[in-house]
Design a protein around this ligand. Sequence first.
Ligand code: COA
Length: 362
Amino acid sequence: MDTTVTRSGLEGVVVADTRLSEVDGERGRLVVAGHDIEGLAGGTSFEALAELLWTGALPQAGAQGRTREALAEGRARAFARLEAAGPGRFADGMDALRATTAQLAADDGFDTPAALTGAVAVFAAAWARVRAGGRPVAPDRSLPHAADYLRMIEGEAPTPARAAALEAYLVTVADHGMNASTFAARVVASTGSDPVSAIVAAIGALKGPLHGGAPGPVLDMLDAIGEPDQAAQWVEAELAAGRRIMGMGHRIYRVRDPRAAVLEAALGRLEQAGVTGGRLALARAVERAAEGALRAKYPDRALAANVEFYTAVLLDAVGLGRTAFSPTFAVGRVAGWCAHVLEQRATGRLIRPASRYVGPPG
Ligand code: COA
């Protein structure tokens, strides 16, 4: 077969038709199942967003509780299997999440989006709790998913403002086109394998610093810079040393990632409620400096803030430790992974690309 590898990152290669989300990189737009992300993140619950992804429609008035109950049931079921999983033995939250999720079995009830989405929240929270020296906290069925996630980490129900900020984040990151972890989940689903295996593969892909592993390093960067007037000098030195600026650039967007603005707005609401991590002004200065320096270095390739940049600032303000950032990304994104698994299975088509042999002739 005579094929030529022209895009080893598969950029621009369409591998699926999807009804789930559209990423418009030129205009900086994200549409989730027919709804702009700006509207969704402004007040849609995580439960409603999950239902939108899993069924194609936001819940009708009066039917709001269905997904909430299913998620609560998923959390309870996962917690019942937690002790054996022992997330605390892992230093890294994504390692723990991958290992604990891998212990589940689809034929033990973990074959639905709600069961898996519930489980990821329980395991991510248990890891954060245990690493902080506590014991895992059982889920509370009466709470919404976002608030219960924070409660399972902290041991007490969060204030409405902090729960709302986290919920805006989870909604914002729940789905985003054919990103690397979603593709990984779809590849596994396409083989006819089970949903647990697909989600475990996706967690592994999300761990990487070029995908979901960036927000922790973004906060490290802000700490290293310290003051807004140091931003330009610091960024220049990083670029001169050949290092990447975390939280900047994107495979698809040629303008600022729309999710950065959505999260910045959520941060503003949080500040109005009197909750702040104290880093928003610094983050804005670093973003300006990084955008300018990257424009000077790559005049033909627009590199602007991506979702991870303000994820770091928002989750820090919500009160999460930086090691919990990537697992928390998974808590939101798992809703999208599950929807893509359903969509991929419905096609019945195995994903199996080709490679070009460049080794010695036989
Ligand atoms: N800092 C410095 N340089 C960057 C950069 C960044 N954040 N992002 C891209 N570049 C550089 C690349 O190194 C490349 O330079 P080169 O041609 O000299 O090698 C050039 O810009 C073009 O990169 P491009 O091919 O458009 O990037 P990509 O599509 O392969 O990468 C990312 C996209 C997200 C992996 C990349 O922008 C990145 O590593 N960002 C930092 C990590 C991050 O924030 N990840 C979260 C993504 S949501």
